[in-house]
Write a protein that binds this ligand. Structure first.
Ligand code: PAN
Ligand code: ZN
Length: 203
């Protein structure tokens, strides 16, 4: 790991990706249960296992004070009418924010807070998105062909909670309707389970 000041290129040329330490790939098979149209999901999986998105990042110690930076590339495509998207997550340390800067493509960042608030912000080249602490986030590529490429920065100790979204989904979905992205309620969204604590039962 680098222990002196350093710089790197984010020019989007293929050879620039070599400057990152880590490369994570997410295929359709890792998104089971996340897309609404399960028939379309299974049919697509039967044809292969397409690459939905990739993340390149610079490794840093996962501690407060550090920053983790990298590129997220969501490819274009749909499962049924629902656009390719990232898994989405809360930060494990909920009180940590994140910055996204869009370099290429067009899309939406779908966000929600544990308190029930939700938001969708456009991801367009040249725009910065500030995600405050507490907001889960998922990036969605709404273009028909072009990759959605974003640069992100988040605190080293943030960590990722994927389980909450895997179990409940996001409150909203982004689907193509009449050739355009449209935000609708997720019919499968489930409210968080009420914790009963240590109440004694079955006496
Ligand atoms: C990003 C995301 C990246 C991939 O670096 O991790 O876009 O999305 P998922 O992590 O939801 O698969 C980030 O938000 N880090 O905190
Ligand atoms: Zn994040």
């Amino acid at each position: 790991m680098r222990n002196r000041p350093f710089s790197y290129r984010i020019t989007l040329e293929a050879d620039a990706m070599a400057e990152f330490d880590q490369h994570v790939v997410r295929r359709l098979s890792s998104m089971k249960g996340q897309f609404l149209d399960e028939q379309a999901y299974s049919a697509m999986l039967a044809q292969g296992d397409p690459l939905l998105y990739e993340v390149y990042y610079v490794e840093r110690p996962e501690i407060a004070g550090e920053l983790i930076t990298g590129l997220s590339i969501v490819h274009a495509g749909k499962v049924g009418d629902e656009y390719f998207m990232t898994k989405g997550h809360f930060h494990a340390v909920l009180e940590t924010a994140e910055i996204y800067y869009t370099l290429r493509g067009e899309g939406l960042m779908l966000m929600e807070s544990p308190e029930g608030d939700w938001a969708a912000e456009e991801l367009r080249p040249g725009r910065v998105l500030y995600i405050p602490p507490r907001w889960a986030h998922r990036s969605i590529n709404t273009a028909s062909q072009q990759d959605l490429v974003t640069f992100f920065v988040y605190p080293g100790h943030a960590g990722h909670d994927y389980g909450t979204i895997e179990q409940r989904g996001f409150r909203k979905l982004v689907i193509e309707h009449d050739g355009r992205p449209s935000i609708c309620d997720n019919p499968r969204w489930r409210p968080p389970e009420v914790k009963t604590g240590s109440v004694a039962r079955g006496w």
